[in-house]
Design a protein around this ligand. Sequence first.
Ligand code: COA
Length: 146
Amino acid sequence: MSRIMIEHGLPWTWDERRVRRCIGHRESAVLVARDRRRLAGFAIMEYLDVDAHLNLLAVRPGYRLHGVGRQLLDWLESSARTAGIFLVRLEVRAGNDAAVRFYRRLGYREAGKRKGYYSGREDALIMTHDLSVQSTSNVWDWPRAD
Ligand SMILES: CC(C)(COP(=O)(O)OP(=O)(O)OC[C@H]1O[C@@H](n2cnc3c(N)ncnc32)[C@H](O)[C@@H]1OP(=O)(O)O)[C@@H](O)C(=O)NCCC(=O)NCCS
């Protein structure tokens, strides 16, 4: 999924061995969303001392726009909070407008750029999410007096 949906047009770096290493790594979570036995999506997060790094996230085309990506990320962010981590970082291909819109919708904001991050062929946008700030979609608005 990473090769086809994320790393297309770039050298394949997230191969089976690398993902398997993450599965066995104490400080990483490899999460899958399943529709019965079929894999609908997956995500990999690495938990560091003060922040967490989202390494990969993808949802199969037939399952997109049904909340699968949000559920995967919510679960990983909730684990970060439990571990006392309140900042998530990620890099996304600068040309991946759809993913940037998705992350923005989930509260992520652009925090910089890494030139040539993807094998010297494409820049990365750095996006971060401050987990200490309550998501506005979960906050009930108190009626204003004016
Ligand atoms: C980005 C991706 C993971 C989103 O997964 P998804 O399951 O379709 O997303 P969700 O259905 O959970 O969407 C959550 C919110 O983001 C919005 N959103 C999702 N895709 C969007 C898009 N392409 N454009 C604008 N908004 C989008 C949804 O409308 C939803 O908002 P809402 O709650 O207000 O309705 C999926 O499109 C994908 O796998 N893309 C290819 C791989 C990729 O680019 N991965 C990210 C880079 S590592």
